[in-house]
Write a protein that binds this ligand. Sequence first.
Ligand code: XMP
Ligand code: MG
Length: 183
Amino acid sequence: MKKESIEVLFTADEISRNLDTLARQIENDYLGQELVMVSVLTGSMMFVSDLARKIDNNKVDVRIDIISASSYGLGTESGDRVNINLDTREHLKGRNVMVVEDIVDTGKTLNFITYLLKYHQPSSVKICALLNKPSRRDPALKDLKIDYLAFPSIEDYFVVGYGLDCAQKYRNLPYVGILSFEE
Ligand code: XMP
Ligand code: MG
């Protein structure tokens, strides 16, 4: 049986520091405005809850909504289909929307979600991600813009922790780690 091992990539402290920076950037960009953060479940749960709590309510009027999409099966390979399992509930027309995602891989999930959200005619739609794996991007989506990114782009590792999973495991790790399989 294959044994799984995890090597730390980003510690809890590093995550917290980078989220502080991102929060200051968001406060500047949305100063005096309202912002609906749409968390893409389940992977961005930890990210959105920590990031939202770092944003000063006197500067930005933050709201949180959720959407659930899945493009992955039980393993580590991306599927070609994006399923929307749960849609947003906030009224998004004329509002600033920020889609908050754990990791951008092929980009198909985010591309589909932003396309769906634009149907509600928000005044703006921005993308915020914890991690980015540009080497995996679908060629048709090479211009996909990530407006807010917590960490510099990473190699094509399969990462877990801080919301990210492998078959639902490891989401509760306080750090992000590289998952590998040993014989
Ligand atoms: P796409 O390909 O649509 O995929 O950009 C985005 C979703 O795929 C999942 N994903 C990962 N999940 N470790 C994970 O735990 C990874 O390294 C990884 N790469 C992609 C993730 O759910 C993301 O929302
Ligand atoms: Mg996800």
